[in-house]
Ligand binder design. Sequence first.
Ligand code: 16G
Length: 245
Amino acid sequence: MTKHERLHAHLETLIQGGIGPDQRLPPERELAEAFGVSRMTVRHALDRLERERRVYRVQGAGTFVARPPIAKTIELTSFTEDMRRRGLVPGSVLRVFETVAAGPEIGYALSLSPADEVVHVERVRTADGIPMCLEHAYLPAALVPGLTTLEGSLYSELHRRYRIRITHAEQSIRATVLDQEAAARLDAPPFSPALLVERTAFDERDRPVERAMSTYRGDRYSFEIAVTTAAAGSPARAGRRSGGE
Ligand code: 16G
C-alpha cells in the first residue's frame, strides 16, 4: 500500500464507524505526520470526502464526520395519521356518501367497468377545526359491502371492518385553483391557489382499492420532497408532507 492509500483507508475507517457523526477528524497536520504525506495531500483527500458529503468543515474548528442521509421514502399515510404526527387534531365533515356507477375515468383507475358500482365519499378534512382539504374518494362497492356511512378515518375503517390494508399508491400532485364550490367548502376565496393530489391506492394483493382526489388549500399545505445526488448513495427520493398553519 502506498502512503496515499494508507491515508485513504484510515479516513474510510474513521468515517465508517471509527468515530461517530459530528465528531472531529484528527487535524490535517497530525494526519500528515502519521502517514508521512504532505498537508496538501491530506487536504486533497478531505476535499474529496467533502464533495461526497461524507465530511463537512467548520471554519477554524476542523473537519467533522457527516451524518449519513436519512433514507426516507415518500410515506403513505392517511390524512388522520398525517395530521396527528404534526400534533394537530384531525377532523372530517362528511358532505356526500353515495353509491354510483364508476364511469370511465374512475372505472379505469380502479380496474372496473364503467357500469360497476363505486362508493363515493366527499369530505372536508380539517386540522384543529380548520379546513385543509376537500377530498373525493371512490372505492369499489364490492370491496366494502355494508358500508353506508363513514365517521373518522377511512383507512382505519377499511382495515378494521374489511381487513384491507393500503400498502402502496400511485400519486400525482399538480397546481390548480379552487372553483367556487371548493372555495366555499374550504372557507377560502374563489380561484385561490390549491394543490390537487390524485391517488390510486392498492392493497397488499395489489388490488386497486381507492381512487381519490384531494384538493389542499395552497396557503395551508406544502409537500416537501428531499432529493439527494446519486453520489450520496441513498435512495433518490425521500420526503415528508407538511401541513398546518
Ligand atoms: C389521504 C389520502 C386519501 C385518503 C385519506 C384517508 C392523499 C393525497 N390522500 O388524505 O386518498 O382517502 O388520506 O384518510 O394522501 P383517513 O383515513 O384519515 O380518512
